[in-house]
Design a protein around this ligand. Structure first.
Ligand code: MEV
Length: 322
């Protein structure tokens, strides 16, 4: 359709929240991991005129982008304004392998890949803080009141400790472990899940804040368990966090079912990951063989996709991108 000339590529990977989702919106810490298996690529190609998008979500001119993707359009326009260079036109080809609405950070990863690809296209340097500023535009549109953890974890290549307003730190992982990710096949809506907890706070502040505080406490303990290489304890903490997420109303029957399947298949612990109300669960396994067995049980009992991968500390603190 278009005769292309100049071409640049931006990439990002998906993420998993190990523990602390939802409570992180209210200032509690959370631990997140890069999930390098699922990635998004954005290729920018020069064309004669206009801004066009080609993706499995939408294909067409930026002016006609559907309402639910308007955050991305705003992010693209803000990026162009920031770069402030002349252009004739370009086509953004977005190829995302990250299923949408599964708590894997697809919206943040797409925005990160877009901003990176545009900076690359115009041969401009992109600082970490500018990337965050631009991606926040899309994330705020998608999630309403994002803590920023999704964006941070798709930007970083290593496990992170995240606290809203305080930023990130590295997490020491004494012994590598395996995580299983299983997809319920249903898209959750993080925006409404986050909003529902806010409503709970207004209606039943005591109970809701207790659950939020408990999740925060389990997250501190999970950091210790990772430091000590204590998988039994880590698994137990994931289970306890899941109980509180269920009480908060962001788990559901389908998630609870997969969590039970993973636990009875021998996982040290299992819980939802991300916004919940659909989406994915994670389960903790000691080794690759056990992880594969858990995947098999999940596949036979309702999961539409499963993945497993090894989690280890990849780099040290100094390598965290600021
Ligand atoms: C979504 O991946 C994580 C939530 O805690 C929302 C947020 O922190 O922005 C549910």
């Amino acid at each position: 359709m278009f005769s292309s000339r100049n071409r640049s590529i931006g990439r990002a990977h998906s993420k998993l929240i190990l523990i602390g989702e939802h409570a992180v919106v209210y200032g509690q810490p959370a631990i997140a991991l890069p999930f390098p298996t699922l990635t998004v690529t954005c290729a920018v190609e020069e064309i004669d005129t206009g801004i066009y998008i080609e993706s499995n979500l939408y294909a067409g001119p930026i002016e006609q982008i559907p309402e639910r993707l308007k955050g991305l359009a705003t992010c693209i326009r803000a990026t162009l304004q920031e770069i402030n260079k002349h252009y004739k036109g370009f086509l953004l080809k977005i190829d995302s392998k990250i299923p949408i609405g599964r708590g894997l950070g697809s919206s943040a990863a797409i925005a990160v890949a877009i901003v990176r690809s545009l900076y690359q296209f115009f041969k401009c340097d992109l600082s970490g803080s500018k990337l965050r500023e631009l991606v926040t535009i899309a994330e705020t549109y998608a999630h309403g009141n994002p803590s920023g953890i999704d964006m941070e974890s798709v930007v970083q290549d290593e496990p992170i400790w995240f606290e809203r307003e305080k930023g990130i730190e590295s997490v020491t992982i004494q012994s590598p472990f395996y995580l299983v990710v299983a997809d319920t096949g249903r898209a959750g809506d993080t925006r409404s899940a986050v909003a529902s907890i806010k409503e709970n706070i207004d209606k039943s502040p005591l109970e809701t804040n207790q659950s939020i505080d408990k999740i925060g406490q389990y997250t501190y303990e999970a950091r210790q368990a990772l430091l000590q290489g204590n998988l039994n304890q880590l698994g137990n903490l994931l289970n306890l966090a899941q109980t509180e997420l269920d009480k908060l109303g962001v788990s559901d029957k389908g998630i609870n079912h997969l969590v039970d399947v993973a636990r009875s298949a021998g996982a040290f612990g299992a819980k939802l990951t991300g916004g919940g109300r659909g989406g994915c669960i994670i389960a903790l396994a000691e080794n690759n063989v056990q992880a594969k067995e858990i995947c098999q049980h999940l596949n036979q009992n309702g999961a539409v996709s499963t993945w497993s991968f090894k989690v280890e500390e990849t780099q040290k603190y100094h390598s965290i991108t600021s």
